[in-house]
Design a protein around this ligand. Structure first.
Ligand code: ITT
Length: 480
């Protein structure tokens, strides 16, 4: 940032020169980095409808009957989006640099990075004038937001917060520091990612509005993105436009990452034609590096007409989530978005009652032990002398689509932990676990027997049920 810039963004209340008079915002070119769903997605359609403006097509769209156009005078012109960096004024000469900078930031993310949002809920802000869908950002998205805010700051000639700063707002030290460095008091560790749905609301029945918004947004409580979108507002214009969608690195090379099918395609018929059932097969990437899971998923889904593919050399993302849902979504979305394919992932774990649910989501890394045998020994050590041996296995299976849509299925099986291992089958903690109503461990059962009563078998059975007559209605998707 130049000296003149830093003087310009000196917060009010200091002895530095006052802010210069800014031009009327409509006369300034503006840029912003947003998350904007793909035009073909249901979420984009619903969101654009609420705003009355399809920003990708650059045209108005009909609003639902409960909405009024005067409730969209502020939010509508931006189109449907989630703010990653604010709408900043800039010199149009900077466009090539701004775009190159956004591409460079996105390219710094690790392969398979998960730009995800979860826990979507409708909230009313600013005394009910602003209505938003607020979500939680995945770690990679938070990092990207910070990186973009920092790298794009030098191209900012004016910030939407300048006026409020001049009026004495955002005077706390961290807000002053952010204004100075990033031209925004928001962001970093307190970033609240949200889609603005209504602004300003002036109606008399906010409960109806909440009900209508919640009903429309319930299927979109969890989402993921394959990149970010650079938005522009040209000088003298009111409406915003999409300037460029900037994908995560690796999307172009995705085909090379796909390995051999887990199962073979149906054999060609005598005439060299494949059968119609083979042609109709849905292809799904199974995003796991655990061969035990591969065997179980393959066996459990054999009743569906799906071709299951392995992930090949695709690098699985680090599991940074704190719930099975988050971790399964990260794995499935990383594969779905990077490969452009439907992908399935499982996140699972063993929860031991007397150990307060340990090892839970950390089952694969329990005690930092690196093999199944060592983890089993570690668990037995932790349970030495304990009479309560109750535990349960939990599995969450997520099916992710390249447009960010997710389906989630959960299964659990209660049982007890033995004093020592029994059986050669299965994987992980199977030799120590006897399900309720059984005398054998999961490692003493066949694949089919384990599937009939296991956590993963139950989650996959729910998926089978949902898909028995084709792809389920999207409205059924809901992650808590
Ligand atoms: P991916 O992430 O590549 O799918 P992973 O083994 O790392 O494979 P998780 O992160 O879901 O999978 O860790 C789950 C761990 O919980 C797994 O490594 C086992 O130690 C344990 N576990 C899960 N399901 C199990 C099962 O059916 N039988 C025995 N142990 C199981």
């Amino acid at each position: 940032m130049s000296d003149s810039d830093s003087a310009r963004f000196q917060p009010s209340g200091s002895s530095q020169p006052a802010l210069p008079q800014l031009g009327h915002p409509d006369q300034e070119t503006k840029f912003a980095v947003y998350l904007c769903p793909p035009a073909a997605s249901d979420f984009y359609r619903v969101g654009s409808g609420l705003l009355g403006f399809d920003v990708r097509a650059g045209q108005p769209v009909p609003m639902p009957e409960f909405m009024r156009s005067e409730w969209q005078t502020d939010a509508g012109p931006y189109g449907f989006h989630l703010t990653v960096t604010e709408a900043f004024s800039t010199d149009p000469a900077h466009w090539p640099d701004i775009e190159a900078e956004v591409r460079a930031c996105v390219a710094c993310l690790s392969p398979g990075a998960f730009l995800g949002l979860s826990g979507g809920r409708v909230e009313a802000w600013e005394d009910g004038k602003v209505w938003v869908q607020r979500l939680n950002a995945s770690p990679a998205l938070t990092v990207l937001q910070t990186l973009l805010s920092a790298r794009l700051a030098p191209y900012v000639s004016a910030s939407p917060f300048d006026w409020e700063v001049r009026e004495g707002k955002y005077a706390r030290p961290h807000e002053q520091a952010r204004m100075k460095l990033l031209h925004t008091p928001r962001g970093l560790d307190s970033w609240q990612p949200h889609f603005t749905l209504v602004q300003p609301y002036s109606g008399s029945d906010p409960e109806r509005l909440r009900h209508e918004l919640e009903a429309r947004l319930a299927p979109f409580q969890t989402q993921s993105y394959g990149g970010v979108t650079l938005f522009e507002r040209r000088a003298g214009e009111q409406q915003w436009r999409v300037r460029a969608d900037i994908p995560l690195l690796g999307a172009e090379t995705s085909a090379e990452l796909v390995q051999e099918p887990l199962r073979q395609e149906a054999a060609p018929t005598a005439g060299g034609m494949t059968t119609s059932s083979a042609l109709a097969r849905k292809r799904v990437v199974v995003a796991t590096g655990n061969p035990g899971k591969v065997r179980e998923i393959e066996e459990a889904l054999s009743g569906l007409n799906w071709q299951l593919d392995g992930i090949g050399s695709f690098p699985m993302p680090e599991e940074t989530g704190v719930t099975y849902e988050e971790n399964a979504a990260m794995k499935a979305c990383a594969a779905a978005i990077t490969m452009g394919r439907v992908a399935l992932a499982d996140d699972s774990g063993l929860e031991v009652e007397v150990l307060d649910g340990e090892p839970g989501v950390y089952s694969a890394r329990y005690g930092n032990r690196t093999s199944d045998l060592d983890r089993n020994m570690y668990l037995l050590e932790r349970l030495r002398g304990k009479t309560n041996r109750r535990a349960k296995f939990v599995s969450v299976v997520i099916l992710a689509y390249p447009d960010g849509h997710l389906e989630s299925y959960r299964g659990e099986v209660p049982g007890v932990i033995l004093e020592g291992p029994r059986g050669e089958g299965g994987f992980g903690y199977d030799p120590l676990f006897v399900p309720d109503g059984e005398t054998r461990t999961l490692a003493e059962m066949t694949l089919a027997e384990k599937r009939a009563l296991s956590h993963r078998g139950r989650a996959l059975a729910a998926l089978m049920d949902a898909h028995r007559s084709g792809e389920p209605e999207r409205e059924v998707t809901r992650l808590e």
